[in-house]
Design a protein around this ligand. Sequence first.
Ligand code: ZN
Length: 75
Amino acid sequence: MTETITRPDVTPTTTDGDHDRFAHYVRKKDILRANVEGVPVIALCGKVWIPNRDPSKYPVCPTCKEIKAKLFGKS
Ligand SMILES: [Zn+2]
């Protein structure tokens, strides 16, 4: 379970809504797996949770944004 991210194959998603209401970046295949198997996803910032909300109404997690910019470039 030490897969590295090699391309911007991430998409913002959200927390379960109880604490920090941000949209976090998560690998798409992790989200697909979460949807199919009901397992938690791991955001770029390290947050782990089971996604179940529409991310479009939340601001993007600043930590995820920073990490994504470092990994994939700013544009
Ligand atoms: Zn995050």
